[in-house]
Design a protein around this ligand. Structure first.
Ligand code: DX5
Ligand code: ZN
Length: 229
């Protein structure tokens, strides 16, 4: 069995979000951008934590046949703990749970026990203090740059203060932590997010919503590196 690694924390990574892809042709959509994607971002919505419903473990299992990339599953769910094992079994490599749903310490423990890489997410209006106690226990911090639930929304620039705070803590305490941003990321917002300290960029519309998703992913990567300079 191939072991799929996330790669070293802190490296610039492009994580296309399949939410913006054609759900009738997901396998092909994923193959098409494979060489320009580091991770594949899989948005799971339960119709409760967010108003929308998207996909679940069977879709992850099917996609596994089309990609050997790290599957970064973003669980926008009120009860993610009930599904962690199913996601792991279907081929998820990392699962990110929202701090707003509570029970964070035990969710982190359960995900870890299953052998998942663990992420913690915060909505745009959730203060940094809510995630701060867990930074040493997770592999990834996802700072939402839109309110979760839908693709194609505008980047909330105010979240950059929180990204800066997170990057400061990571450097100060030498944490092995990725800082991911998700929502409204495109060639114009990516450099700003990277400058603030983000290193994993999720993008749906800016990749799958474009006529040439492969070229769009390449352009996004170039824009991200601009922010590093
Ligand atoms: C929003 C999702 C995002 C979404 C981003 O709830 O978590 O991952 O796909 O879409 P864009 O890049 O279109 O803002
Ligand atoms: Zn997402």
């Amino acid at each position: 069995m191939t072991v799929i690694e996330a790669g070293p924390p802190g490296k610039i990574r492009i994580a296309p979000s399949i939410l913006a892809a054609d759900f009738g042709n997901l396998g092909r959509a994923v193959e098409e951008i494979d060489a320009e994607s580091d991770w594949l971002h899989v948005d799971v919505m339960d119709g409760h934590f967010v108003p929308n419903v998207s996909l679940g473990p069977p879709v992850v299992a099917s996609l596994r046949r089309y990609s050997k990339k790290f599957f970064d599953c973003h669980l926008m769910m009120s009860e993610p703990g009930r599904y962690l094992e199913a996601f792991k079994k279907s081929g998820a490599n990392g699962c990110t749970v929202h701090v707003e749903v509570g029970g964070t310490a035990s969710l982190i423990r359960d995900a870890r026990a299953l052998g998942l890489r663990v992420g913690l997410a915060a909505n745009p209006d959730t203060p940094f203090e809510a995630v701060a106690p867990y930074l040493g226990d997770v592999d990834l911090l996802l700072l939402m740059t839109v309110f979760p639930g839908f693709g194609g929304q505008s980047f909330i620039v105010d979240v950059m203060d929180k990204v800066e705070q997170a990057r400061y803590e990571v450097e100060k305490s030498a944490l092995a932590l990725d800082i991911e941003v998700d929502g409204g990321i495109d060639v114009s917002t990516a450099p700003r997010a990277v400058r603030a300290g983000a290193n994993v960029l999720v993008a749906g519309s800016a990749i799958f919503g474009q006529p040439d998703p492969f070229a769009a992913a390449k352009a996004l990567r170039a824009a991200a590196y601009e922010g590093r300079q």
